[in-house]
Ligand binder design. Structure first.
Ligand SMILES: *Cc1c(COP(=O)(O)O)cnc(C)c1O
Length: 398
């Protein structure tokens, strides 16, 4: 089938809940993807960080194939040999006592919300059905009814009510607003250390540290959604480490699946996690042996290839070179590590046409929040490949 035929077929049978760029990707390897005609593109989106290890990392694919030849799914009705070892690896790496494995990011967020509500009742003594969770404006935590119930993005919510109650929205980056919003019924504060979907918004220096102090003072769980920022993306293993604001609950997804399989997890102390007892919560696929082995090896690769360090060094280089371009079209460049947002000035129109031009030059990226081009390549990218991207970015931004 031709490109046009594939696009037509896909659009005929799929719900129209996305507006993808008109490129049909047929193959991927490392930071590169190839379309049907064999033209190559540098992947600067990495599936929103799910591809931090690059496309088809040989060691992770090896784990997938090895496990697929043995055992794939068991359900949690039985035990498998892989889940414990994966969770041990994850807990040791992150310094948490316990983990609960799920599949998608949104499910992990939902899991954290359930943990917070039940913790609030059982451990903090919040009356039944009174628990509140504070979140931030401009957040992105997923797409379920509950999660969009506390979105401030009109389009995410419109038509999907009635909404789940129990959430309070405060401005992002404003610690005083948190102090003001906390009540005796507040169970948790949920936020992203950098708002990725919101447009790669970095909060003011010291914000996370302050948030940590305020939540501690009021016995409120600090829950960080590091689904996009975690596992090296921002130049630290976790973005909260830029400010030592270790959360009570850490939510991971995306890169945890090594670019081949959906794997997410919630990490916390035994004191929080033990609110779950058999039957309280679950997932048919969560913690399955295929997912567990793939994720465990993805964590190995992260360490072996020093991807966190690479993200820090190459991110600084990439961002610095973008600044040096002094593009008259750019309002601001921001980000940490290899999570970079290039915001186009309003008078030069939205970011989408820029992404279309970049695609024609062999760079795949996606606009986020109208004005911003997100640059988030696989962490396995090299300096030479960044230079290749920079040449093309210069062409479009100058
Ligand atoms: C992608 C993302 C989610 C949702 O993850 P899914 O796997 O798409 O359900 C939640 N929070 C953040 C910060 C994300 O970037």
């Amino acid at each position: 089938m031709s490109r046009e035929e594939i696009i037509k077929l896909t659009d005929k049978y799929s719900a129209h809940n996305y507006h993808p760029l008109p490129v049909v990707i047929a193959k991927g390897e490392g930071v590169w993807v190839y379309d049907l005609e064999g033209s190559k593109y540098l992947d600067l989106l990495s599936a929103y960080s799910a591809l931090s290890h690059g496309h088809r990392h040989p060691k992770i694919i090896g784990a997938l194939i090895e496990q697929a030849g043995k055992l794939t799914i068991t359900s949690r009705a039985f035990r498998n040999e892989r889940m414990g070892s994966f969770l041990q690896k994850l807990c040791r790496l992150s310094g948490y006592e316990k983990a609960l494995p799920m599949n998608t990011g949104t499910e992990a967020v939902e899991t954290a919300l359930k943990a917070a509500r039940k913790w609030g009742q059982l451990r903090k003594g919040i009356p039944e059905n009174k628990g509140e969770i504070i979140v931030c404006e401009n957040n992105f935590h997923g797409r379920t009814i509950t999660v969009i119930s506390f979105s401030s993005e009109k389009q995410y919510r419109l038509g999907f009510g009635p909404y789940t109650p129990g959430f309070k929205i405060i401005p992002y980056g404003d610690a005083a607003a948190l102090e003001e919003a906390v009540t005796e019924n507040t169970a948790a504060f949920l936020l992203e250390p950098i708002q990725g979907e919101g447009g790669v918004l970095v909060p003011p220096d010291g914000y996370l540290r302050e948030v940590r102090q305020i939540t501690k003072k009021h016995n409120v769980l600090l829950m960080l959604d590091e689904i996009q920022t975690g596992l090296g993306r921002t130049g630290k293993l976790f973005a909260y480490q830029h400010e030592e604001a270790r959360p009570d609950v850490l939510i991971l997804g995306k890169a945890l699946g090594g670019g081949v399989y959906p794997v997410s997890a919630v990490l916390s102390s035994a004191q929080v996690m033990d609110v779950f007892t058999p039957g309280d919560h679950g997932s048919t696929f969560g913690g399955n042996p295929l997912a567990s082995y793939v994720a465990e090896v993805a964590l190995d690769v992260l360490e072996e290839e020093k991807l966190v360090q690479k993200s820090k060094e190459l991110g600084t280089y990439f961002q610095g070179e973008l600044e040096k371009m002094k593009s008259p079209l750019v309002w601001e460049i921001r980000g940490k590590g290899l999570l970079i947002g290039v915001e186009i000035k309003k008078e030069h129109g939205p970011a989408r046409p820029f992404c279309e031009k970049l695609m024609q030059l062999g760079l795949l990226c996606k606009e986020t929040h109208h004005q911003t081009i997100r640059l988030a390549p696989p962490l396995v990218i090299t300096k030479r490949e960044i230079d290749w991207a920079l040449e093309r970015l210069a062409e479009v931004l100058n």
